[in-house]
Design a protein around this ligand. Structure first.
Ligand SMILES: C[S@@+](CC[C@H](N)C(=O)[O-])C[C@H]1O[C@@H](n2cnc3c(N)ncnc32)[C@H](O)[C@@H]1O
Length: 241
């Protein structure tokens, strides 16, 4: 992967005004009884209350947390649950529209009695806009839907409005982390971030983006990408302090 090859971006493609349309699947195969029971019984207690986020996301956790991180599009929640296990003092927000993924994460939360995750079945952009400015230490966007066909690219979640919302929600010194296995999406994202002064790419040498960061836990989508021979890239950007 050469994420800065200008030939793999279509930089300058027109982007329309902010949109909040969700694309992709919201449901898969029928839930098993235990999964359905968790959606009904456990999800309401752990759901992110969008109307209360403005008062500070730390307030929605049952105990004090040292900082708050958000994962947008957690899929089956493997990475999010692993992070929450590794860092019990940190509060995690997870957002995912796909019901079966939400059900999987709920199973992990229950199995490991994780009390530092709150989640929403919905759109990550709604959480970003409900958060107070500067309230997050980190935002992870791991393998967002690639929408590889040229006519579908406008569906990609990374666009100027999304990046503005990311910057607004991050605290100074906070990080936006992005992983993709699609060269074109890496280039697409860098073309949109590198001209900005409110997000700084932290890579100094190739290993900084070709190898995962500390604490990385392989996601389900990444396993599939590797099996199919695609090469992941891992990108960290900091909001200047
Ligand atoms: C390619 S999958 C990757 C899932 C997971 N991060 C992984 O690496 O296994 C992209 C995920 O983003 C979710 N998604 C799409 N649009 C979203 C949005 N606006 N907000 C939150 N999640 C979204 C999809 O439902 C899907 O689960």
């Amino acid at each position: 992967m050469n994420p800065v090859d200008p030939d793999i971006t279509d930089g300058g493609a027109p982007e329309t005004a902010p949109r909040h349309q969700l694309y992709g699947r919201s449901k898969g195969k029928a839930l098993r009884a235990a999964q359905a029971a968790r959606i009904e019984g456990l999800l309401p207690a752990l759901a992110i209350p969008l109307d209360r986020l403005g008062a500070g996301p730390d307030r929605i956790f049952a105990r004090p947390v040292s900082e708050i991180r958000l994962e947008i599009g957690f899929g089956g929640g493997e990475h999010l649950a692993a992070q929450a296990r590794q860092n019990p003092g940190i509060g995690y927000l997870g957002v995912e529209p796909f019901l079966n993924g939400v059900a999987k994460l709920l199973a992990a939360i229950e199995a490991d009695s994780l009390d530092n995750i709150r989640l929403l079945r919905g759109d990550g952009r709604d959480v970003l806009s409900a958060l107070p400015e500067g309230s997050l230490a980190r935002i992870d966007l791991l393998y967002p839907d690639p929408w590889p066909k040229r006519r579908q690219r406008k569906r990609r979640i990374v666009d100027p409005a999304f990046l503005d919302a990311v910057v607004r929600a991050l605290r100074p010194g906070g990080e936006f982390r992005f992983a993709t296995d699609i060269d074109d999406y890496a280039g697409w994202t860098l073309v949109r971030i590198l001209p900005r002064t409110d997000l700084v790419w932290l890579a100094e040498v190739a290993a900084d983006w070709s190898e995962p960061w500390d604490g990385w836990h392989r996601t389900r989508y990444e396993e599939k990408a590797l099996r199919e021979g695609r090469v992941p890239g891992y990108f960290r950007f900091r909001k200047p302090a």
